[in-house]
Design a protein around this ligand. Structure first.
Ligand SMILES: Nc1ncnc2c1ncn2[C@@H]1O[C@H](COP(=O)(O)OP(=O)(O)OP(=O)(O)O)[C@@H](O)[C@H]1O
Length: 415
């Protein structure tokens, strides 16, 4: 019976395996759910957002945005807010929330939690979660997918166990050291960026010295991705500005390839994109060639170095396994090793623990701490939140200048 006062709300633990698009559809079509909640359900997930982005690509406009703005110009947090507002306006009987707090900053997580608790008075919620502290108090019954069916179970939230990578093992040496690496890897001098008159970044002055590691933080929409894309050479916004990358002024004739070659890069979205048949060892070695997987026979030395990385990660037994068969945390550890095998002067990690549970995040963080402590590679860690256990000594926080907003400015804490 829809819209009674005593609605049951559900939580589904996806910390070990996410639900596929097909499984989400099956959940939405469950007869018992429609009977309990009402016939009209919606799915709030990245798959849904992707479908709207696809539609926008084909038709040139998006129904989620107002004033003709395009969804693709919105930050990840902004996109989520737009989708939720659009779905709530349709007054669904039930809403499937696929890890709704991913990619949201602390303030937005708190306000969304409040909003969803309120919504739970009139709408049945089914929350997919990975971190137990994210489960909404209203979700009291568990659901699990077993043998092609959704089954109601007791709700057990995972206990966090403390884990880390092999502390005894040293970071494997590079096969060949980078030459002519300047003392300043990145230097922004009073750089401002706007999109069509809309100011985003204001007067950013920031220097990353060789070997120093940074946590780049800021709320949704503050310009973290914009700043990063200027460092990786993917954005044209750096031209004509006082931006220096690896000792050269942006736009002074360097190629994007020359910049990228000095950078190791990992973002959590890569685990989905890298879905070929390559084995784990080849995947790590391919970082030396900036390819995905290996297309030539590796040398004995390359193989030995990849094996050292696997020992460090505690994954030696998976050397010959297909990358695609690994679990999410293992895939991320391997892709960080892939980014590191060439020992780049700069390692960029864009939200590397996004959508992991506490245990998985702790493993990734322990690897990052180890890399940063080595002092040979500068880590640039980007996220919108604090990360438990992360030991980076410098922080660039993007903050809003409240009076007369003209873009986010950089607040730097350095040690
Ligand atoms: N191509 C573009 N055209 C117009 N506006 C843009 C474009 N790219 C980014 N923006 C705007 O710039 C601002 C900063 O976006 P950016 O993606 O850099 O933020 P972010 O800090 O990475 O956010 P999040 O944590 O939500 O991912 C946002 O308001 C976004 O809408």
């Amino acid at each position: 019976m829809p819209h009674t006062n005593k609605q049951t709300h559900y939580a589904i633990d996806t910390s070990n395996a996410p639900l596929s698009k097909q499984q989400l559809k099956e959940l939405k079509d469950q007869a018992w759910l429609k009977e309990e909640a009402g016939p009209f359900g919606l799915v709030f997930s990245n798959h849904t957002l992707d479908a709207y982005l696809d539609e926008e690509y084909r038709h040139g406009n998006s129904i989620l945005t107002k004033d003709g703005d395009l969804l693709k110009t919105k930050s990840s947090g902004e996109r989520k807010r737009l989708l939720l507002a659009y779905q709530l306006a349709q007054n669904p009987d039930f809403l499937i929330l696929d890890n709704p707090f991913d990619a949201l900053d602390i303030q937005r997580v708190a306000s969304l939690k409040k909003e969803l608790q309120e919504l739970a008075k009139s709408t049945v919620l089914l929350q997919l979660f990975r971190r137990s502290d994210e489960v909404l108090p209203c979700c009291t019954v568990g659901l699990t997918y077993q043998e092609g069916q959704f089954v109601k179970v007791d709700l057990i939230t995972e206990q966090h166990t403390s884990v880390s990578i092999n502390h005894e093992q040293k970071l494997p040496e590079p096969l060949e050291a980078f030459k002519n690496v300047p003392d300043e890897l990145i230097s922004f001098r009073n750089v401002s960026v706007s999109f069509d008159e809309k100011p985003v970044l204001k007067d950013i002055t920031w220097t990353v010295k060789r070997g120093s590691s940074w946590h780049l933080k800021g709320p949704n929409g503050a310009g973290k991705t914009t700043l990063l894309s200027m460092v990786t050479g993917d954005s044209t916004k750096g031209y004509g500005k006082e931006l220096y990358l690896f000792g050269r002024k942006k736009g002074s004739g360097e190629t994007v390839w020359e910049i990228k070659q000095k950078i190791g890069y990992f973002t959590s979205a890569m685990t989905e994109r890298f879905d070929g048949m390559h084995d784990v060892q080849s995947m790590i070695i391919s970082g030396l060639y900036d390819s995905v997987g290996l297309y030539q026979k590796p040398t004995t030395l390359e193989q030995a170095r990849a094996e050292e990385w696997l020992v460090l990660l505690g994954l030696k037994q998976l050397s010959g396994a297909r990358f695609r068969t690994l679990n999410e945390v293992q895939k991320r550890l391997i892709l960080i090793a892939r980014a590191m095998i060439k020992h780049p002067p700069l390692l960029i990690l864009d939200e590397p623990t996004a959508a992991l549970n506490e245990t998985g995040a702790a493993l990734i963080v322990s690897l990052i701490n180890k890399i940063a402590a080595s002092g040979s590679t500068s880590v640039l860690y980007v996220s919108h939140k604090e990360e438990v256990g992360l030991e980076l000594f410098n922080e660039l926080l993007l903050v809003q200048d409240d009076c007369d907003f003209a873009g986010y400015t950089a607040k730097i804490r350095s040690s």
